[in-house]
Design a protein around this ligand. Structure first.
Ligand SMILES: Nc1nc2c(ncn2[C@@H]2O[C@H](COP(=O)(O)OP(=O)(O)OP(=O)(O)O)[C@@H](O)[C@H]2O)c(=O)[nH]1
Ligand SMILES: [Mg+2]
Length: 314
């Protein structure tokens, strides 16, 4: 029996599943998540080890739903908080249908003149690759910082280290290659249902994102060990049913008294700047006016305190 062309083209199958985004700190994992969500859910700073939790983003298209897990950067962890961060990232491998390993091509290229360090870096990558049990795609990020000819040998090298389904060069910041990467990720997802409604970008609570935004402002304004000695806990979050501002009280934890002084700054200048910058973003997130009250508390060695790490969702 003759069939018409319409009858030949079966409808495209709906694809869905979990993509775990793992990779070294500062590779651009959170930048990529925000790009696909078209909004800021994960905080981004130029410092490594910015993300401390697993952050779930839901990217929904006409025929797919990709549940993307942004994770803390993989690094050699000594402190309890760092070990927890790496554990959180590696645990996502257990729930992933697909892994997206994101590497910073610029950082790898920067080692090109130092063969010993470069080989050490590739060996570190290989250790992480060996833990991947499901199909994996490699994205080489920050290609806006590299010449094409510098990229090709790197792509070859990576494909020799692990049987990646494919390697995609991207710039998460500028958007080069990110549409191709999204298409590739979707093609490798299993056929499945839509798990979440169309308009839900994340399962993270507003409280969590607000705490993260405050932490980002601290990361962007402080140096040395201070960002890593800081955490933010939301004490209260009161919406106003009459349409007035949301009133948020938050505590910034630090490890030492001297750090408290630095965050407060001369005549409270630093804390004021952190507050102002955080309010701007919080208002954008919540689409309403916000009042933010910040307290600073010294809690010695909180980075090794299991109870506090649990309170921080780790
Ligand atoms: N030039 C360039 N910079 C980028 C690109 N993607 C991310 N960045 C920058 O790299 C830095 C780190 O980005 P993040 O998205 O926080 O990196 P991450 O992998 O989430 O880092 P951790 O949370 O610490 O693991 C930020 O300063 C970003 O602006 C890119 O494609 N090109
Ligand atoms: Mg991050």
């Amino acid at each position: 029996m003759k069939t018409s062309p319409m009858e030949h083209s079966a409808p495209k199958a709906y694809r869905s599943g979990v993509v775990a985004v793992i990779g070294p700190p500062n590779a651009g994992k959170s930048t990529l998540l925000n790009r696909y969500l078209e909004q800021k859910i994960a905080i981004v700073t130029p410092l490594p080890q910015t993300t401390r939790n697993r952050i779930l983003g839901i990217v929904t298209g006409a025929d797919y739903q990709m549940i993307m897990l942004d994770t803390p950067g993989l690094h050699k962890a000594k402190e309890m908080i760092n070990q927890e961060m790496v554990r959180i990232a590696m645990d996502t491998l257990g729930e992933a249908d697909l892994v997206l390993f994101l590497a910073d091509a610029q950082a790898v290229h920067a080692l090109a003149g130092d063969k010993k360090r470069l080989e050490k870096r590739y060996a570190e990558f290989t250790r992480y690759f060996s833990k991947i049990q499901c199909p994996a795609i490699l994205a080489l990020n920050k290609v806006d910082q590299l010449a094409k000819e510098e990229l090709l040998p790197m792509m070859d090298r990576f494909t020799n280290l692990h049987p990646f389904c494919t390697v995609v060069p991207i710039s998460a910041l500028e958007g080069d290659g990110t549409d191709t990467l999204l298409q590739t990720l979707v093609e490798h997802l299993p056929v499945g249902p839509q798990y979440y409604p169309d308009d839900i970008p994340t399962d993270a609570t507003e409280r969590f994102i607000v705490a993260e935004l405050i932490r980002e402002k601290i990361f962007l304004r402080t140096r040395q060990e201070i960002p890593y000695s800081t955490a933010v806990l939301i004490d209260s979050f009161k919406e106003n049913p009459q349409g007035g501002p949301v009133v948020i009280h938050a505590t910034i934890l630090v490890e030492r008294g001297s750090q408290k002084g630095i965050i407060i700054g001369k005549q409270g200048k630093m804390l004021g700047e952190i507050r102002e910058a955080a309010i701007k973003e919080i208002e954008k997130l919540l689409c309403c006016k916000a009042q933010l009250k910040l307290w600073i508390k010294v809690k010695k060695k909180w980075t090794s305190n299991e109870q506090i790490l649990r309170e921080l969702g780790m």
